[in-house]
Design a protein around this ligand. Structure first.
Ligand SMILES: Nc1ncnc2c1ncn2[C@@H]1O[C@H](COP(=O)(O)OP(=O)(O)OP(=O)(O)O)[C@@H](O)[C@H]1O
Ligand SMILES: [Mg+2]
Length: 395
């Protein structure tokens, strides 16, 4: 450590601070490269991250090379030559002239000349996951031991950042798998409770008629009616799963259709109010697709809860756009509940997740005996304008 001056240490601490702040991995690694060049006086710095098999580079970030040069060099290094040496044997490597190394394969066309070289591995829990490379010390000198120490410490910061980003990715993936699993569980339950029960009852009725051997006509007549009902329920479930009307007809029509389905199914009166800034049904005036989907799904959960738990006689679904914001409320006049008491359902948790995904927030206001309001506020993002005819810029 003796070789590290106070200024170097301060710069290293600065660099590590970036790692600890919640920056995008790419941005953190870029900052580390900038620090590496400042600390060592290298003209060029690069950082290669290996793929999951730890054989090839999956990411290669550079600093000091302008866009045009990078474009001219073309493809990312494949990990042959000296870069490959570092991958196969992850130990710091300092060379006065990179081209003199026995494994050197030369530079691709357009590559700036590089002499002095310093490469250090990026290791995570003892395994090499990439390398930090520095070349061309600006005063033409070779890299020193102090440069190597700085590079090792920066590579260590890069390792922390890469490891952290990977575990965040894994946590996100795990959460989305869990959500999908819970959703599947709900639909399975729905199919079990709705369709399977109905079909089971039908089978019992038909087999007992068979055993009795008489009165077929009445039983078959009933069965036909019941089958018709089951088909309608199944169709409703399929529509709930994949509401075609949302992408084709837009949010308002889809919500109206949903409201209609819920009120015929449950007898609850459902009113819908949609007031969007530009809602004339024209393509270019639509909200962002993900936002429409989120609003629809939240409204759907609100309506399902109102019909399942609230015993409400009236429900109102309102979508109102204000400045840069869209608010959805689902209000019922039912029995209400205490939102603070724990619940084993997934619906309201899913609502919060959905709102969060599109940058919104959701809340439930309710009290026993006082009805329930589910509300969500989203940033009003719009779909890309839909161009009809020639682009105005061409005219
Ligand atoms: N509109 C409402 N009126 C009365 N009680 C409600 C209402 N909405 C929710 N609740 C209560 O809150 C609980 C949690 O609702 P949530 O939607 O999270 O789960 P769920 O509807 O029970 O199950 P799931 O939505 O997973 O099918 C419900 O079980 C119910 O007791
Ligand atoms: Mg629910």
């Amino acid at each position: 450590m003796s070789a590290l001056s106070e200024a170097r240490l301060r710069a290293l601490v600065e660099a590590r601070r970036g790692v600890l702040a919640e920056l995008e991995l790419e941005e953190i690694l870029k900052r580390l490269l900038v620090s590496a060049r400042e600390l060592t006086g290298a003209r060029y710095a690069a950082l290669g991250v290996l793929d999951s098999n730890r054989v090839r580079l999956e990411r290669f970030i550079t600093d000091g090379i302008d866009e045009a040069t990078r474009h001219r060099i073309g493809e990312l290094p494949t990990g042959r030559g000296v870069l490959g040496v570092l991958i196969a044997d992850p130990r710091p490597l300092r060379l006065d002239y990179v081209a003199d190394h026995p494994q050197a394969v030369g530079f691709p066309d357009g590559h700036p000349p590089m002499g002095a070289f310093l490469g250090v591995p990026i290791t995570i829990r003892g395994l090499a996951w990439g390398n930090l490379y520095l070349t061309e010390k600006q005063d033409g000198a070779a890299f020193s031991e102090a440069d190597e120490e700085s590079a090792v410490m920066l590579a260590d910061s890069a390792a922390i950042a890469i490891d952290h980003a990977r575990s965040v990715d894994r946590a996100r993936l795990r959460q989305s798998i869990q959500s999908a699993e819970l959703e599947r569980g709900r639909w399975a339950r729905e199919l079990h409770d709705e369709t399977l029960q109905g079909l089971g009852a039908l089978r019992v009725a038909l087999s007992s008629a068979l055993r009795r051997g008489a009165g077929y006509e009445a039983v078959v007549t009933d069965a036909v009616v019941q089958l018709g009902e089951e088909i309608a329920k199944l169709r409703g479930l399929i529509t709930d799963l994949r509401p075609a009307s949302l992408s084709e007809l837009g949010l308002q029509a889809a919500l109206e259709a949903l409201a209609h389905r819920v009120s015929t199914r449950t007898g609850t009166e459902v009113k819908t109010v949609v007031a969007l800034a530009f809602d004339a049904g024209a393509e270019r005036e639509r909200l962002d697709h993900e936002l429409e989907e989120a609003i629809y799904r939240v409204a759907q959960e609100g309506l399902t809860n109102a019909s399942k738990h609230a015993h409400a006689s009236h429900v109102e679904v309102k979508v109102i756009e204000r400045t840069r914001e869209v608010e959805l409320t689902v209000t019922d006049d039912g029995v209400g509940f205490d939102p603070a008491s724990a619940s084993r359902g997934y619906g309201l948790a899913g609502v919060r997740e959905r709102a969060d995904l599109v940058g919104g927030t959701a809340r439930v206001d309710s009290s026993p005996g006082g009805g329930t309001t589910l509300s969500a506020i989203f940033p009003a993002t719009r779909a890309e304008p839909y161009h009809v005819g020639p682009d105005p810029a061409d005219m």
